[in-house]
Design a protein around this ligand. Structure first.
Ligand code: ZN
Length: 320
């Protein structure tokens, strides 16, 4: 009995306690719970043999997990025609199918919020309509990222903006926040994401920053070394949802890759795409520069997954 090899989760099963105890007894009598090879150790199996698991049992804050759901051909399949839905931080988002209709593999990337406290966390997976179907709870642990500190010097107007500039910063912030609400049900990407520039990282994600000895912030992206005019290319296929000059990030491109995944390319000197355009992997988006709040020429590369700003490096390792 294959499913007795995996741990049963009480919350995931509409299952009587005695049956659960019997299953646990059976499990310990047969073989010890074993991880799915190459997967997180905490696979949870539903009554019907549907397996749910995360790519890892733990993540740093600002990290990425992949939620997977395997529906075996022998099971009844999912309870409804609806895609399974993940629920995290009060947000619900559907999984996409990587296999046949109602069978095979479903997935969704999950962004772990930057600066979220270390400790136990969980994501809920609804096999049908949220609140009205079987649910599986997938636990994971947030471990603190090893983020550093750095001191920077930038143009004073970006540290002490005028009231008009403050209004502009707020307006642009609200515009971007709204973009990240998009739930595009097209999985534009295929395979791992690629770096927008092949060059060294000059400032990693998550660094605590002190500007001109006063203002403090966190670096919610990755800086890549780029002399002005270096071609900046898309990390993966996606739709251009923003291509304009912003106060803080200068000339900026934002791509919506679908299913809550966005990438950001900032401080560009030239924009080469327009909103609404769908780009292919490694398509030219613009030329690097030092527009906006920038201490020198570089490319700032950011990533947002389900509204959480994450380290884009994980997109190059985990996406498929
Ligand atoms: Zn940056």
């Amino acid at each position: 009995m294959a499913r007795s090899r995996f741990g049963w989760q009480k919350q995931s099963l509409q299952f009587s306690l005695s049956a659960a105890l019997a299953a646990a007894a059976l499990s310990s009598a047969c073989v010890a719970p074993a991880p799915i090879p190459g997967r997180g150790p905490d696979a949870v199996v539903s009554q019907d043999g549907i397996k749910a698991y995360l790519s890892s049992a733990e993540s740093v804050d600002g990290g990425l997990l992949l939620i997977s759901l395997k529906v075996p051909r022998s099971s009844r399949g999912l309870a409804s025609n609806q895609a399974p839905v993940a629920e995290y931080e009060g947000r619900q988002f559907p999984l996409y199918s990587l296999g046949g209709e109602g069978e095979g593999l479903w997935e969704a990337p999950l962004g772990v919020p930057f600066n979220k406290d270390p400790g136990q966390d969980r994501v809920i997976l609804w096999l049908g309509k949220p609140g009205a179907s079987e649910k599986i709870e997938l636990p994971f642990r947030i471990v603190p990222g090893s983020y550093r500190s750095e001191v920077l010097s930038v143009n004073g107007k970006h540290i002490n903006p005028s009231p008009a500039e403050v209004a502009r910063i707020k307006r642009e912030g609200a515009e971007i926040k709204k973009l990240y609400e998009r739930q595009t049900l097209t999985k534009h990407w295929a395979g791992q994401f690629l770096f927008p520039i092949q060059s060294p990282v000059t400032s990693p994600f998550g660094t605590k920053r002190v500007y001109n000895g006063e203002m403090k912030s966190f670096h919610t992206g990755l800086d890549l070394k780029a002399p002005i005019g270096t071609p900046v290319r898309s990390a993966a296929s996606g739709e251009v949802v923003l291509a304009k000059d912003l106060f803080m990030t200068g000339k900026t491109v934002i791509l919506d890759h679908g299913y809550g995944v966005f990438t950001v390319y900032a401080h560009l000197s030239r924009l080469k795409v327009k909103p609404g355009q769908v780009v292919t992997p490694q398509q030219l988006l613009g030329l690097s520069g030092m527009t906006g709040r920038s201490s020198g020429p570089h490319l700032h590369w950011g990533a947002v997954v389900q509204k959480s700003k994450i380290d884009p490096i994980f997109l190059t390792r985990l996406m498929r």
